[in-house]
Design a binder for this molecule. Structure first.
Ligand SMILES: Cc1cc2nc3c(=O)[nH]c(=O)nc-3n(C[C@H](O)[C@H](O)[C@H](O)COP(=O)(O)OP(=O)(O)OC[C@H]3O[C@@H](n4cnc5c(N)ncnc54)[C@H](O)[C@@H]3O)c2cc1C
Length: 104
């Protein structure tokens, strides 16, 4: 009978990423999924990924297509009092937002 160190239930993003991270550390594992492979690969699971998730996918060596095809979300607009304010996420990463800075 085949043996494995870790059995992961579910081939969603969590299960598949955990499997990949274990693989990278040489830990034998198997993913058990109740749906078909076609179903799992065809369903929509995410359109927007947080930066931490992107970083983790790259660290796990599964970010190649993501880096090639991604659209970086570098800002958005807030409409208020008949005006539109652009929130530049590139700027907010470089310096803390003054609105959340603690008073001295
Ligand atoms: C339409 C849609 C859009 C989304 N968009 C985003 C987004 O833009 N950004 C974002 O970050 N998140 C998004 N999400 C949320 C994201 O998809 C979930 O957070 C993520 O799928 C959770 O991953 P998971 O592996 O924990 O669970 P799941 O994706 O639910 O995977 C669990 C898996 O386990 C299997 N399973 C369950 N029980 C058993 C069992 N007893 N035996 C065998 N297999 C089992 C299921 O079939 C499934 O494949 C979206 C979700 C949906 C539905």
């Amino acid at each position: 009978m085949a043996r494995t160190q870790v059995a992961i239930i579910g081939a969603g993003p969590s299960g598949l990423l955990l499997s990949q991270l274990l693989d990278l550390r040489g830990i034998d594992n198997v993913v058990l999924e109740r749906q078909s492979r076609d179903y799992v690969e065809g369903r929509i699971r995410a359109g927007v990924l947080e930066q931490g998730t992107v970083d983790l996918l790259i660290e796990a060596n599964v970010g190649e297509r993501l880096l090639r095809e991604r659209l970086v979300h570098d800002g958005f607009a807030l409409a208020f009092a008949d005006r539109t304010f652009r929130i530049d996420l590139k700027l907010s990463r470089a310096a803390p937002c003054p609105c959340t800075a603690r008073p001295k």
